[in-house]
Ligand binder design. Structure first.
Ligand code: FCB
Length: 451
């Protein structure tokens, strides 16, 4: 195992993704991505927002990296924009795009932070979508080529490299529900896409093992535990199916080499075409599993809109605050699968934040983080091997179909001026990390740092 993954080096970080923060969508040779196209379609994004400017991170990256230092984190998770590096999704590469990430990476390292890079956080080059996108198996080969280009240039300096962020979201929200780019509504296609993403992951991991043998490789999944709304058989059965579609559909092939049989039966003709050897390919040994946790699924057999009790409230996304779900999820995964070390690659919440007198008193976000960190630690004390935690997000940013209205940042972004303001949650997180490092009682350290 790479020495950087030793347990004493717990990674405390924040996360972002390229399209959500960079802006500068047509600068330095960047090609259009499916999110550029999708966000131009009237009615797809709240208030007609797009990622055209976002947090203008492409121009402000140095001051942003300084802010990471102010946050006291020791790790940073970010993604590269494929269409900056390969504007049409194929060679030749765009030198100016790669140069940007090269400088960014050096800047991260110069500040003593550990870089965790994600290759694909949803911004497929539009040119590849025009040829069928992830519905085409060939896109998996294009992805491997892109992964190799990135690894050749940046692979000497990475703490970890992740192939895909949340393949379920890409497949289901992008190709079945149509609420995310590319906005398609076809379940058979969505399942085929999920399979192609997993094939692309397997092929890329194989190729990267040879190219960058020292870089820890993994994938990031969004996983929510599914609970029956009522203690009745119908709800239990539906929760089991939901667990199959959202969790086992990805976990089983990645870690056990098969798709769950109950889900294949449920899908019937919508099940994907799988070629001989695909399942062995998908099950590559991994160095880490990244988990994004936001909420649980609350499943009622007859009423898909049934609301959970929400004893701890709901976020501005309408998502129930349910930290216990994170403990339950981690303990269950460790029981059901043979897993590599885990990172919580995203966890966080949107709330209505107000900038008042140069400060943002986001008490609800502080509570959310505190509860979820405690939930993570409860799982760790039951033996689950968690090696890092990344709060979503570093900055307020373009929250996909919700646009800029939903703020997830520990740092507030005033979009009119691009001014950044550390929210109370940022100070709280800094103090929490310090307390964990010095092993003193968290509350003493927090009080001290806030005073
Ligand atoms: C996750 C995404 C991330 C962000 C959060 C709120 O699904 O990975 O980009 O949008 O949700």
């Amino acid at each position: 195992m790479p020495s950087s993954l030793l347990p004493d080096e717990f990674q405390w970080g924040v996360a972002t993704s390229a399209y959500q923060i960079e802006g500068a969508v047509s600068e330095d040779g960047r090609g259009p991505s499916i999110w550029d196209t999708f966000s131009q379609v009237p009615g797809t994004i709240a208030r007609g927002d797009t990622g055209e400017v976002a947090c203008d991170h492409y121009h402000r990256w140095e001051e942003d990296l300084d802010l990471l230092v102010a946050l006291g984190v020791n790790a940073y998770r970010f993604s590269v924009a494929w269409p900056r590096i390969q504007p049409t999704g194929r060679s030749p590469t765009n030198a100016r795009g790669l140069d940007f990430y090269d400088r960014l990476l050096d800047g991260i390292l110069a500040r003593g932070l550990r870089p965790h890079l994600t290759l694909y956080h949803w911004d497929l080059p539009q040119a590849l979508q025009d040829e069928g996108g992830w519905g085409q198996r060939d896109t998996a080969l294009r992805f491997v080529d892109f992964a190799e280009v990135v690894a050749r240039r940046l692979g000497d300096r990475l703490e970890s490299l992740c192939t895909f962020n949340e393949p379920w979201v890409v497949a289901t929200l992008g190709h079945e529900k149509g609420i995310f780019a590319p906005g398609l509504r076809d379940r058979q296609l969505a399942m085929q896409v999920s399979h192609h993403l997993l094939v692309a992951h397997g092929l890329a991991v194989q190729a990267l093992r040879t190219l960058v043998p020292r870089v820890p490789l993994g994938i990031v999944l969004n996983l929510s535990p599914s609970y029956p709304a009522r203690p009745v058989a119908a709800d239990r059965a539906k929760a089991r199916l939901e667990d199959g579609l959202g969790l086992r559909w990805y976990m089983d092939p990645l870690f056990q080499g098969s798709y769950p049989r109950d889900v294949l039966e449920h899908l019937g003709e919508d099940a994907p075409d799988v070629e001989p050897g695909d399942l062995a390919l998908i099950r590559q040994p991994l160095d880490f599993l990244g988990i994004n946790y936001y909420m649980r699924n609350f499943i009622h057999a007859e009423d898909p809109a049934a609301t959970p009790p929400g004893e701890l409230g709901f976020t501005d996304m309408g998502w129930e605050i349910y930290p216990q779900g994170l403990t339950d999820l981690l303990v269950r995964l460790a029981r059901d699968y043979r897993l590599p070390p885990i990172y919580i690659a995203e966890n966080g919440a949107a709330f209505v934040d107000r900038l008042e007198g140069g400060a943002v008193h986001d008490v609800q976000r502080v509570a959310y983080l505190e509860q979820h960190l405690a939930a993570m630690n409860a799982a760790r004390s039951q033996g689950v091997d968690v090696r890092g935690y990344f709060a979503w997000s570093f900055l307020d940013n373009f929250e996909w179909a919700s646009g800029y209205q939903k703020r997830f940042g520990l740092v507030y972004v005033d979009y009119g001026t691009q001014r950044r303001v550390l929210k109370d949650s940022a100070y709280w997180y800094r103090a929490f990390i310090e307390s964990q490092r010095s092993q003193t009682a968290p509350h003493a350290a927090v009080t001290q740092a806030l005073s």
